[in-house]
Design a protein around this ligand. Structure first.
Ligand code: NAD
Length: 480
């Protein structure tokens, strides 16, 4: 396997951390050691910010189409390296290789292509103001962006931040999760290969409370773009206050997926399974609350439980595997603990709820696809479990469905299944969510804004919205 880079990328050089520590990276399928990567601490973040600041003037002054051309070259290089990157991601995260090849890598390529093409299309505007004056607005790059990403989709999430940030002319210090740093390091190598200048992207593999904290508080960073848990998001906001840096937060979710009585049930069953079991449910937008009309709940659950039991769990590198292990042992234990929480509150385990039996699963962080019936106020209907664990709730009226759907602190993704399109649009308008899917679930595209409301955070990734997030408007007045 190529691409097992284990050092920090600072100012175009691969280096060890100042303090010389390393972080162990394990394969969640069998516990085998995959790599020992350099551990970045605050001192390394300082060096990375220095390098990013030095690279900023030339990078931001480069013609926008030249920045775009480099991102397009990067997309091609990722495509050429697809098999290797997919393998790396599967081993590091536990994602089935079939998903890495069909979703993670192609979506990453699409993202860099989209923002590569966008680089020279970010126009300013001329504003009609008082007579005798010309007022125009340009969008300027912010400077150094600090990007902090989680472990659930490392390859894709780094592209969601680096694509728009680089297209807009910023330079970057990026910290992947300490649990899954490998694909980000490979992307660093590919960036060098296509000629992205030294210091434009700096990669610091370190822990959150040290390297991450330093990124959030660093006075030389103009914006921090964070994806992760709501609690860490709050910590970032506090730390960022030291220099009032711009903050963008993509946080947790508790996605409502509503099935109305007139829905196409087989389609809704398939969609609900993708919504919660893809990537072992480790998705902020997972459809983790299934809100089903009472008239169809029995039929729906019969089919859904049958489908859940038929999902092939196994080695992420086996092309037949549909669900791999969870990404870490600690997380597996956390997800399983919610089965007990459900039981204690009187929930009914419809299927799953355990680590599967058998030698094939003994060493891996597996959790069976789990379906639980509960009540809207129960902890399993309120808290983010972040695993292959779906909470089923029922309703009788549209108003009741909406009240349940909107009845958590989150507001990220929501879906609904119905054959009545008038109802679909009416409900979509009233859902407290940054993204709504009608008769589908979890669709994402680099052209469509992605982000949440409430405790799911603020700011948007993707599309023109992302280009706005990574720039600041400058209003220029001319006396004519
Ligand atoms: P996490 O918050 O524990 O960690 C995310 C990142 O933050 C990691 O790189 C970590 O090292 C870093 N970090 C941790 N503590 C830090 C600190 N004090 N200062 C700075 N950085 C720190 O989250 P996780 O467990 O890696 O990821 C799962 C969470 O991410 C879930 O809540 C999920 O919903 C959320 N998520 C949100 C989105 C979205 O777009 N809204 C997408 C994916 C995941």
């Amino acid at each position: 396997m190529t691409g097992l880079q284990t050092k920090l990328l600072i100012g175009g050089k691969w280096v060890d951390g100042v303090e010389g520590g390393t972080i162990r990276v394990d394969n969640p399928y069998d516990g085998a050691l995959l790599a020992e990567v350099a551990e970045a601490t605050a001192a390394d973040v300082d060096l990375a910010v220095e390098a990013a600041r030095a690279a900023f003037p030339a990078w931001s002054a480069l013609a926008a189409h030249e920045r775009g051309r480099l991102l397009l070259k990067l997309a091609d290089a990722i495509e050429a390296d697809a098999a290797n990157l997919a393998r790396l991601e599967a081993m590091d995260t536990g994602h089935p290789i079939r998903d890495c090849l069909s979703l993670d890598v192609p979506r990453t390529v699409l993202c860099y292509r989209y923002f590569g093409g966008m680089a020279d299309k970010l126009e300013g505007s001329v504003i009609p103001v008082d007579a005798g004056f010309l007022n125009y607005v340009e969008r300027e790059a912010i400077g150094v962006v600090g990007a902090i990403v989680p472990w659930n989709f490392p390859l894709m999430f780094t592209s969601w931040k680096m694509g728009p940030a680089l297209a807009a002319g910023n330079t970057i210090v990026i910290k992947p999760s300490e649990i899954t740093p490998l694909s980000t390091l490979r992307i660093g190598e590919l960036m060098q290969q296509v000629g992205i200048p030294d210091g434009v992207v700096n990669i610091v593999t370190g822990y959150g409370h040290t390297a991450g904290q330093r990124i959030a508080e660093h006075p030389g960073i103009g914006k921090v773009a964070f994806t992760g848990s709501t609690n860490t998001g709050r910590t970032i906001v506090h730390a960022s206050a030291s220099n009032l840096k711009k903050v963008q937060l993509e946080l947790g979710g508790k996605g409502a997926n509503i099935v109305f009585a007139d829905a196409n049930i087989p389609a809704a069953v398939g969609g609900a399974a993708f919504a919660i079991f893809h990537n072992q449910g480790q998705a902020c937008i997972a459809g983790s609350r299934l809100i089903i009309h009472e008239d169809v709940v029995d039929d729906f659950l019969d089919r859904f439980a049958t489908l859940a039991r038929s999902i092939r769990l196994g080695d992420p590198l086996d092309p037949e595997t549909e669900m791999g292990p969870l990404t870490s042992r600690l997380h597996q234990q956390r997800v399983l603990s919610y089965v007990e929480v459900a039981r204690e509150q009187g929930g009914e385990i419809v299927t799953g709820g355990r680590q599967p039996d058998g030698e094939d699963y003994a060493k891996g962080c597996f959790v069976e696809p789990t379906i639980v019936r509960a009540r809207p106020g129960d902890r399993v209907a309120q808290e983010e479990v972040f695993g292959p664990f779906v909470t089923v709730l029922t309703f009788r009226t549209d108003e009741e469905a909406l009240a349940i759907a909107n009845g958590t602190e989150y507001g990220l993704g929501a879906g609904l299944w119905t054959s009545d399109l008038t109802r679909a649009h009416r409900i979509a308008r009233r859902l407290h969510a940054g993204m709504v899917w009608i008769n589908c679930y979890k669709r994402v595209h680099p052209a469509s804004p992605f982000g949440g409301m409430g405790q799911s955070g603020y700011g948007r990734e993707m599309g023109f919205e992302a280009m706005r997030e990574y720039t600041v408007p400058k209003s220029v007045w001319v006396n004519v």
